[in-house]
Design a protein around this ligand. Structure first.
Ligand SMILES: NC(=O)c1ccc[n+]([C@@H]2O[C@H](COP(=O)([O-])OP(=O)(O)OC[C@H]3O[C@@H](n4cnc5c(N)ncnc54)[C@H](OP(=O)(O)O)[C@@H]3O)[C@@H](O)[C@H]2O)c1
Length: 314
């Protein structure tokens, strides 16, 4: 079984240094989660948005009942959605996620984005305007954060963090918080390696989680290009690994925690099997050359909002 390191967070708790993503796994996330537990995953990433908290939570509960894992060995991450940013909504949203998961508490609760959406109906996650932008509400993420801090006091969540925050937003949050975020979950892959934001977060004792670590592959279009690169294929061969494994190793070596999504048993096994080799400095430098900064998640429908995070370099 993979020897996944545990990473010390700024609140004294630990995060397993590799996780399973579950976005767009609806209906398959439970089976994927169970298989992942069997092969050594302990860190699971879900969100209210993914509509699979019940499924993921039940799978974990079953593995606890079977005696395969203990609750305290599991690290479950879920997220506050953009329609629940008003401070008075935060506790209810967290309690609902916690209840759906059925694991007693949430290990890490993230603010999914720094922007707040108008809640038009309880079922509309993406309130689109006729012009293709999102309908926002004027809620400052600092106020949302203060409500999240109370969740720690209440014991609903053990740790709190952020996602898709840029460096300026992080510093503003740090200047206005009682509890520091332990984590910033951001897009990171060879295509957008985020070295600057990772360094910035490390200097502030915030762990970076890498989402879309494979750049959400589109095999029919041979995208992203790094997955099909001859030199990267040769590097993988040298270590008796696959290109995705080299990519995860790279993301770990540059200081992040990858959370690739897969519902394919063989890939779930393959992806976590990256803790028995290390890339050379030259190999890391070569993988750096794929860094164009191009995102999978552009989030441009929020580009006019004052809290849009992707309008500065990092
Ligand atoms: N905080 C945020 O705003 C945010 C945004 C996006 C994602 N996330 C989180 O990050 C997770 C990962 O990101 P993602 O799912 O968008 O993208 P990703 O992990 O880069 O890509 C997932 C895709 O890669 C395939 N795949 C997985 N392992 C593979 C392998 N070894 N070889 C070839 N293909 C492989 C999967 O296929 P199969 O499943 O068919 O195997 C799936 O189609 C999400 O699931 C979610 O938990 C967070």
């Amino acid at each position: 079984m993979a020897n996944v390191p545990k990473i010390l967070m700024n609140n004294g708790l630990f995060m397993p240094g590799f996780g399973l993503g579950t976005f767009e796994s609806f209906g398959l996330a439970g089976r994927a989660t169970k298989h992942a537990i069997d092969v050594g995953y302990r860190h699971f990433d879900t969100a209210r948005l993914y509509a699979n908290e019940v499924e993921v939570g039940q799978a974990i509960q079953e593995k606890i009942k079977e005696g395969v894992v203990k609750r305290e060995e599991i690290f479950i991450v879920t997220k506050l959605w953009n329609t629940d940013h008003e401070p008075e909504k935060v506790e209810k949203a967290a309690r609902q996620s916690c209840e759906k998961l059925g694991l007693g508490y949430i290990d890490l609760y993230l603010m999914h984005y720094p922007v707040a959406f108008k809640e038009r109906t309880p079922f509309e996650d993406w309130p689109l305007n006729p012009d293709g932008t999102f309908e926002h509400v004027d809620v400052d993420y600092i106020d949302t954060w203060k409500a999240m801090e109370k969740l720690v006091d209440l014991g609903i969540v053990k740790s709190i963090g952020i996602s898709n925050f840029n460096s300026q937003q992080i510093d503003r949050l740090l200047a206005n918080c009682r509890i520091k975020p332990v984590n910033n979950q951001i897009e990171a892959s060879p295509q957008i390696n985020q070295k600057k934001l990772i360094k910035f977060c490390q200097e502030r004792d915030i762990i970076v989680t890498a989402y879309c670590p494979l750049g959400r592959p589109i095999p029919a279009e041979k995208k992203p290009s790094f997955l099909y690169d001859d030199k990267l294929t040769a590097i993988a061969k040298k270590y008796n690994k696959t290109v995705p494994q080299v990519v995860f190793r790279y993301l770990i070596d540059i200081g992040s925690v990858p959370i690739p999504k897969s519902v394919t048993p063989k890939r779930i096994e393959e992806n976590i099997d990256v803790f028995d080799f290390k890339l050379s400095t030259d190999e890391i430098k070569y993988i750096d050359t794929f860094n164009t900064g191009e995102r999978v998640i552009h989030f441009t429908e929020s580009r006019h909002d004052k809290h849009f995070p992707f309008n500065i370099e990092f």
